[in-house]
Design a protein around this ligand. Structure first.
Ligand code: NAP
Length: 305
């Protein structure tokens, strides 16, 4: 049995593994996709101390390597259930059932969906949630990016380099992205920003061929021909399997404070999955350190290790 099971190999989970291993505890990380979490798709990191200009992929691999060099074990498997009722915490995964003295949940958050007609139908056929993954399929084509945050501007900037035309569609007239990102995007001649606009429908036959856009300021609608819609409207928590065991807030994030304690003995949370003001790499790393330190303290007191 391991000392700590860590759910998620993003910045929070991998940092927790580094701190846990360095505290002399055995850590086993579960990751269903690839290590790195959301940042793996970012072309460059500019706001993590000491990491200016490093790609999200390179950063993720370096962090993953660091956690493994510290001795953390990794399982590429999905966590499908939990039982936190006993002294030993049980985690049910697609690779079998595992137990540990403590669990750190660092499962991040899932991509939010628009919820408009056609979005689900055309997912994978012109509706995408990752420009760096799927952008190349639409090289030389007209595409749209939905959102007004950092992710939307990053995706639009990336697509502007390879697509013929890019629409950035945002539901309000102010952006949450940094001014530098906005200034940089508008310098691309092939980018058109459509504010106060929402997609009512994504249309097509075998693949996306157009969108119906509504202007919220004057209620007018227009159909725009294009080949792809990249949705970058933020994240929402995906904590359904924990809801009966651990307290969530009204939005579904774990209701835990900066100490990363959930209120359930031996269960801690770290990163974007926790209720918090600022979801950034640096706050995810901070949570990982805090959660692992709290877990180590718990294990020392409870099990005398
Ligand atoms: P975000 O900052 O939460 O922005 C989400 C955007 O989508 C907002 O413009 C929001 O509009 C819009 N939106 C939300 N729900 C919508 C809906 N149903 N329909 C249409 N639009 C909708 O999300 P994010 O850009 O993914 O960023 C997530 C976090 O990661 C942030 O903390 C961000 O700073 C960070 N991040 C950092 C970097 C970097 O530093 N390199 C890169 C990517 C992400 P409203 O403004 O109207 O709510």
């Amino acid at each position: 049995m391991d000392d700590i099971i860590i759910i998620g190999a993003g910045t929070a989970g991998l940092t927790a593994a580094i701190y846990g291993q360095r505290a002399g505890l055995s850590c086993r990380i579960f990751e269903r996709y690839a290590p790195g979490g959301q940042i793996v798709n970012s072309p460059t990191i500019e706001n993590y101390p000491g990491m200016y200009g490093v790609s999200g992929y390179d950063y993720s691999m370096a962090l993953f390597d660091q956690a493994q060099k510290c001795g953390a074990a990794v399982e590429f498997a999905e966590v499908t259930g939990i039982d936190f009722s006993g002294e030993n915490k049980k985690v049910i995964t697609t690779a079998g059932d595992f137990e540990a003295k403590a669990v750190i949940i660092a499962n991040g958050a899932a991509r939010r969906k628009i919820g408009c007609k056609g979005e689900e139908e055309f997912e994978g056929r012109g509706v995408s949630y990752c420009a760096t993954c799927d952008g190349n399929f639409f090289r030389g084509k007209t595409v749209a990016v939905v959102g007004g945050g950092e992710s939307a501007f990053e995706e639009a900037e990336y697509l502007a380099k390879i697509c013929d035309k890019v629409y950035l569609i945002h539901r309000r007239d102010v952006f949450t992205a940094a001014k530098t990102a906005v200034d940089s995007l508008v310098r691309n001649k092939n980018v058109t920003i459509l504010k106060n606009s929402v997609i009512e429908e994504i249309k097509g036959s075998s693949a996306v061929s157009s969108i119906v856009l509504k202007n919220r300021a004057n209620q007018s609608t227009a159909e725009i021909p294009l080949s792809a819609v990249f949705v970058a409207i933020g994240l929402s928590p995906d904590n359904g399997i924990y809801k009966d065991a651990v307290k969530l807030d009204e939005q579904g994030y774990f209701d835990a404070a900066e100490d990363c304690k959930t209120g359930v003995e031996g269960v801690f949370v770290a990163g974007d999955t926790r209720k918090k003001q600022l979801r950034q790499l640096v706050t995810a790393a901070s949570d990982g350190a805090a959660a692992a330190t709290a877990a180590a303290d718990y294990i020392r007191k409870k099990f005398g290790k």
